[in-house]
Every structure is written in structure tokens, then in C-alpha cells.
Design a protein around this ligand. Sequence first.
Ligand SMILES: *Cc1c(COP(=O)(O)O)cnc(C)c1O
Length: 374
Amino acid sequence: MSTTNTINSTNTKDSKNNSVSDLARQLVQDLVPYASARSSMSGGAVWLNANENALAPAYQLDGTFNRYPSCQPKAVIDAYAPYAGVAPEQVLVSRGADEGIELLIRSFCEPKQDSITICPPTYGMYAISAESNQTAVNKVLLVNNEQLDLAGIFATTPKLVFICSPNNPTGDLIPREQIIAVLEQFQGKALVVVDEAYIEFAPSASVVPLLSRYPHLVILRTLSKAFGLAGLRCGFTLAAPEVINALKKLIAPYPIAEPVAQIAAQALAPAGIAQMQQSVATINQLRQEFCQFAQGLEGVQKVWPSNANYVLLQVADAAACVAALINEDILIRNQSSQLGLSQVVRVSIGNPDEMQRLKQAMLNYFSANKRVSA
Ligand SMILES: *Cc1c(COP(=O)(O)O)cnc(C)c1O
């Protein structure tokens, strides 16, 4: 035992070459993992950094779990399809929308050959999933952080174009005419993936009505945000049956655990949807109040108009602002490392009590700052 320990510690010191991590593929050794909001959390009582819903309903489980679950639980598909306004054959349920992103890339992008196009600043998982599939990423920055650069996008030759609307982290909706222009351009050449993770906060902006006209349109949805079920890991891909069938070839045999299927079906029953819509109304109201408050704060240089459950703020020193709030047990997210953004923080809308604490903490921080710079 002690001999083994000695050998191990000697090896670790002397040569990195014998470490088991060196056995991993070079691609994996070089990969920088996604730093999720949850992974960077160290304590803190008020969590406003992951766009979760603080107004979470509770659910009941029943039955036994000795049998393998259905790959595509019918109760979930049959509830989501009418909710989304599509046919059941146009729906895939997966382990979060994140798995939908990964399945799309693995199904449509040949490693070391094909590429995807993304429009930063935007959601981080498109690029992460592409890299792990050895797929190049064309980055075409948003114009003024709100409009697509159509000429820039058309100059790329991707297999998948990812458009996030409402966009995370800016909160903007991408204009429907622009999404249609991208669909027209890539007909027969690429899939256009519209990520509607936050669409419940602006439901009239959904591009679901375009699905019947464009068989290469794909829409991503989730129960993680408006439905308040981030811990459940349940998301949806909406597309033509041909696209859904391609994804089904690669999906794991049992991606949706039985408890997940049971809870998702409850959330998508009429009472669950009504509850979600009520919480969306509350959050939209709290967001409006917060935006007004933030606009009046000296030290907040810009408040981005938001159509989701978060608000992006430009401040003089984003890292200092995040640190000051952590001191008051409030977590928000620094988004300054995003391409096209600098000195911005993203604040998720919490419950009324959390928003009250946030406002007080921001007042304290920005008035102290003013005294220092005065
Ligand atoms: C949160 C989020 C997702 C991931 O949703 P999950 O269902 O939790 O995997 C996808 N896209 C965007 C834009 C998000 O913000």
C-alpha cells in the first residue's frame, strides 16, 4: 500500500506523461469545458445567475421504476405537440434543449469537414457542442447586438445556422423578416435552428407558424426556464418528421428517465400550463419594474430591452459589480467575456423578495461607487 503510494507520487512529480488523463483523445485533452452558472456557484442565498424560475411549482411522483422508460414518452409528446401547435411527429423530447443542440450537430455535421454558423453574443453551448464534434464554428457577430448580419451569414457555408430568439444574454428578439431571409437563403443547403428557450416570455414571436413552409427549420424549446424545471432536464426539438427521424437514430435508448416523463406530463397538463403562464406574467411585471429601477441608477450605463426572464446591464466595472453583490449573498453573471460585449452583467429575474434584496444591494454598490469617484 505504502509502496504504491510512493510510486504514484513519484510518477506524478517526475513525468506528466504517465498520467491517465494523457490517455484521453487529444481533442478531449484540449477541450475547455462549459462553465455553467451552477458550476461557478459558491454559496450565496439569492441565485440570479442562471435564468432559472424562482416561482417553482412542486410535483408528485408515483408508481414503481423497475422498468426501462420509453425513449419518447407518448404522454409527454402528446402534451407538448398541441401546446406548441405542431403534430406529434414533429416533436423530439430530449435531456434538455442542450441535448437537442448536440444531437443536431452530431446528426448533420461531418467531423473535420462541416461547420455551423452562430451569431455572438449568444448561448455558449452551440460552440461547445460543435468543438466536441470537431466541427468548425463560423462566428458572425450581431449588428448592434440586436440584428443579424445577413450578408455575413450568407458568406458562410454551414450545415446548421443557430439563431437564438429571444437571444441569451442580450434579451432581444431577432426580427422575423431576418429569420425568413436566412431560411430562404439556406433552403436545400443547411438547417436553420431557432432557439426558443425563452419564447414563453414573448409567445407571439414564435416561428412555429413557419414550420409548415420551411422543412429545414428546426426550433429548440425547454422546460428549464418559464416552466421552472431546470432541474428536470427536459427539452424539445420541433421540426419536420424527416429531421426528427434523423435525430432519433442517434439519441440514447433511454434519454428521458421515468420520473422526468411523469413530471413533464404534469407540467404540460392544462393546469401546469396555466400555472406557467401566470408565473410568466409575474416575471414580466417584475422585469419591467427592475428595468425602470436600473435605468434610474447612476452607474448603470445601459439597460438592454429584454423579452425574457433576465436583463443585461452595462456598468463601469462588471467584475467589481458581481463581487460587490456576492458580498451581499446575491449571485448574478458576468457576461463580459462574450464576443461583442464588454463590462456587462446579466441579472435573472427572481421572486419579489429576491428582487427587493437585489435593488437594495445595487443601490448600496452604486452610491458607494459614486462617492469614491466624486
Ligand atoms: C438555458 C438555455 C438552453 C438549455 O436549456 P436546457 O433545456 O436546460 O438544456 C438552451 N438555449 C438557451 C438560449 C438557453 O438559455
